[in-house]
Write a protein that binds this ligand. Structure first.
Ligand SMILES: *Cc1c(COP(=O)(O)O)cnc(C)c1O
Length: 394
């Protein structure tokens, strides 16, 4: 066991910090799975999942992580040989595309690079070029966790509509649901994906798919082609008769108790207040990074604030000393930072997760230990970062 001299802090972009209240809710004997409390609890969870996504659409729950959500989404609305358009602003967009390819889908990729969001003009042009309407779905990632780029999902929908194209809009909000705003119905999202271990503050193990009527009609087509496996099929998972069909088998009872507690916490604080808290904490992180970068190599990966996520921040440390910085924080401060993912060179980068169960003192703790780490490993940096962050919070 590593030594622990105080509370350690896993400041990575998922899994996020699990609140004690969620852990306590999960610490209990296995419940009756035929009737009683567990069975009675699930409709309320499904209702609150809709509230978080701001939708009246259906929601299906899977025992899976985010990769499972990727596969489930594709399995329901596309069949082998179908074409999808992938929007990539980092590793996760490209990863979803690779899954689509491995499932036999024809994949067209619009790669916006690791620092820029999805560009509506390019999406519109790609869809206009598809005169036969072969593209069945646009696969978009709201926040790419590897780069911390946030793309505007309402603008992606407008681009699809401007092209007069019937493609479905499928959005991966796995990194950011409950941190960055989502309005599934207002923004015209057909399928929304999330998982339990990021903004939703529950251990990895639950994946969620919300789907509207147009997406469900596309499922009917895939079913007609015999393309949907019984496990990924979202239909039984929203009918839930008998109860086990909600989960295509045994209910993930302990995760559901944890999720119930997490949803209670979110709605007790208020969804708008939760989103505001994330915005405020993210701005404190950015302010510190900008001050450090004023005299030295450290840079925020995303230059424009409006394209940055409120859930995660990717930082270019300017040299391989960034890896030493991460090591120093791990060893000397018991703070774990996210590794560089999908960036070149990856060892120059690190990421700070500020999603879910996070408050001002936790963020100031990360920033304060980063300040010490910069000194310790000798990365040149500008003064006043902690003052700047404190001013943002004050
Ligand atoms: C974390 C994440 C995933 C993958 O989730 P896993 O649970 O690790 O499979 C996919 N997309 C995004 C945007 C993510 O942040």
């Amino acid at each position: 066991m590593p030594t622990e001299s105080g509370r350690s802090y896993l400041a990575i972009p998922g899994p996020s910090v699990v609140p004690d209240r969620v852990l306590r809710a999960m610490h209990r004997p296995a419940p009756n799975i035929y009737e009683g409390e567990l069975v009675d609890m699930v409709p309320g969870i499904r209702r609150d999942l809709r509230r978080i996504a701001r939708t009246t659409a259906e929601v299906a729950i899977y025992i899976a992580n985010g990769h499972g959500a990727w596969e489930a989404a594709l399995a329901n609305v596309t069949a082998p040989g179908d074409r999808v358009l992938v929007l990539a602003s980092g590793l996760f967009g490209l990863g979803w595309g690779r899954v689509a390819q491995a499932m036999g889908r024809e994949v067209e990729i619009l790669d916006f690079g690791p620092r820029a969001p999805a560009a509506p003009e390019q999406i519109e042009a790609a869809l206009r070029a598809d005169r036969a309407g072969a593209i069945g779905a646009v696969l978009a990632v709201q926040v790419d966790t590897s780069t911390s780029v946030r793309s505007d999902m309402a603008a992606v929908r407008r681009a699809i509509d401007a092209a007069g194209h019937p493609a479905l809009l499928m959005v991966d909000s796995i990194a950011c649901l409950g941190c960055d705003a989502m309005a599934m119905d207002d923004w015209g999202v057909d399928v929304l994906l999330a998982a339990s271990q990021k903004g939703l503050m529950v251990p990895a193990g639950l994946a969620f798919l919300w789907f509207g009527d147009r997406a469900d009609a596309a499922r009917g087509r895939a079913e007609g082609l015999g393309a949907i496996s019984p496990y990924w099929d979202w239909r039984p998972r929203v009918v839930g008769e008998p109860f086990y069909r909600f989960f295509s088998g045994t209910a993930p009872a302990h995760h559901l108790y944890g999720l119930r507690a997490a949803l209670d916490m979110i709605f007790a604080e208020g969804l708008d207040a939760v989103l505001k808290r994330h915005a405020r904490l993210a701005r404190a992180v950015w302010a510190a990074c900008e001050a450090w970068g004023a005299e030295g190599p450290l840079r925020l990966n995303v230059a424009q604030p409006e394209h940055r996520s409120h859930a995660v921040t990717a930082i270019d440390g300017g040299s391989a000393k960034a890896a030493m910085l991460r090591d120093w924080l791990e060893r000397e401060a018991e703070v774990t930072l996210g590794i560089g993912l999908g960036m070149a060179p990856a060892e120059n980068f690190f990421r700070i997760g500020h999603m879910g169960h996070v408050n001002a003192h936790m963020v100031m703790g990360v920033l304060g230990t980063l300040q010490a780490g910069l000194e310790a490993v000798g990365i040149e940096h500008g003064p006043g970062a902690l003052d700047a962050a404190a001013r943002r919070l004050a």
